[in-house]
Design a protein around this ligand. Sequence first.
Ligand code: CMX
Length: 430
Amino acid sequence: MPRLREKIRSRIPKMRSTIKDEILGKYADTVIGNVTVKQVCGGMRGIKGLLCNSSYVDPYKGLHIRGIPVVELANQIPEEIFYLLCTGEIPDKDDLKRLQEELYLRSKVPDHVWDVLHSLPKDTHPMTMFSIAILSMEGNSIFKEKYGAGMRKADYWEATLDDSLEIIAKLPAIAAGIYRIRFSLGDLIPYDKSLDWGGNFAKMLGIPDPKGEFAELVRLYLVLHCDHEGGNVSAFTSRVVNSALSNLYYAVSAGLNGLAGPLHGLANQECLKFVLAIHEKYDGVPSKEEMRDFVLSTLKLGKVIPGYGHAVLRATDPRYTAFFEFGKKYCSKEETFQIVKKLFEIVPGVLKEYGGGKIADPWPNVDAISGSLLFHYGLDMFDYYTVMFGVSRVLGFCAQAIMARALQAPIIRPKSVTNEWLIDALKKKK
Ligand code: CMX
């Protein structure tokens, strides 16, 4: 029995009493914000309407995992981050070992998943394969089985933790398997018990890695993408689905479907395409003037500059900076990395000028760089990049679901209104 379970269990009474006594008990009807018409028409941007304690994004300082700036966690491994997301603590050596053993014991992927993946059309997008693979295991949900047998509400979190461990344990094999099947790279590579979760994922992809740098990059990638509050498209979707007590297989698959969109997780694939288009056009790294022309002509075509801008951030994404440091250390001569660097010198200024102030965040987000590093190590099937993102983000989906069930959070159900209702309400206000 991993101590992760006991740690979560021991924290639940305090978490519940904070909500029940300190927050709801004293301030249930206190107003903490207004909603403007612009927010109603603009994707609910910035409306504070959800609790999420696993992570927080400061507009200027970026992602914090349980209060810790993510750059300070760059040397941890993903299993430690999952533990941290769920408990607020980094595990000691013993707890980490127990969690890794637990993941190993649950790592066998059911045979039918491979049959399903092999039966899909050859050109299926890897994200579609990923989402289908997770959903195809829904019949194994422990939550579903226990709920059917009359599980108490107080135990929902534990069954959600079991489903989380089952899913997370299988992610490296499933995701790496998708890579090898989709791009016809030969046999699947078996799980290696001597390796950590991220190291296994790197190995099972089959990318040659004589110095272990690629595995280091994969671990960093999995740490940096693990969570990003509760309101982004994928996390929110996953939370909403799970709030109906649809089990985690449904919720994770749904979150991944949101991640697959070009304004969200798919942006990293778009970013590398953009970088490679620049490389091809100028047959290498362009001059600053050429780069500026390329960026401006992209904007004039009505396209966005991938990897720049963010719904919440208002400064360079610290995850970008962490990857940048990795790139400087290991692949500063790689031309795609140099293009990424030059884009950073040009794009923010152009976006500020060209956007006339309408672009809220002209700075790079994590996607502006992640693909170029993967590309350097030979992971050049960029359709696959969002799967890497997904493997990491599932840690956050699961931690958020465990917390929500531990707090016995209700079904999520904001109110929508019609145009007529809105116009009528506004006239009355006038
Ligand atoms: N290039 C050109 N225009 C941009 C832009 C960019 N990189 N970022 C924002 N804008 C534009 C928007 O399209 C919008 O234009 P319209 O008013 O004509 O629709 C305007 O600036 C205002 O948008 P915003 O308030 O600054 O940004 P949003 O919160 O609406 O959108 C995001 C945020 C990320 C979707 C947007 O910046 C974007 O499309 N960026 C490029 C794609 C990208 O990198 N996505 C990854 C985000 C990270 C993630 O969520 O995973």
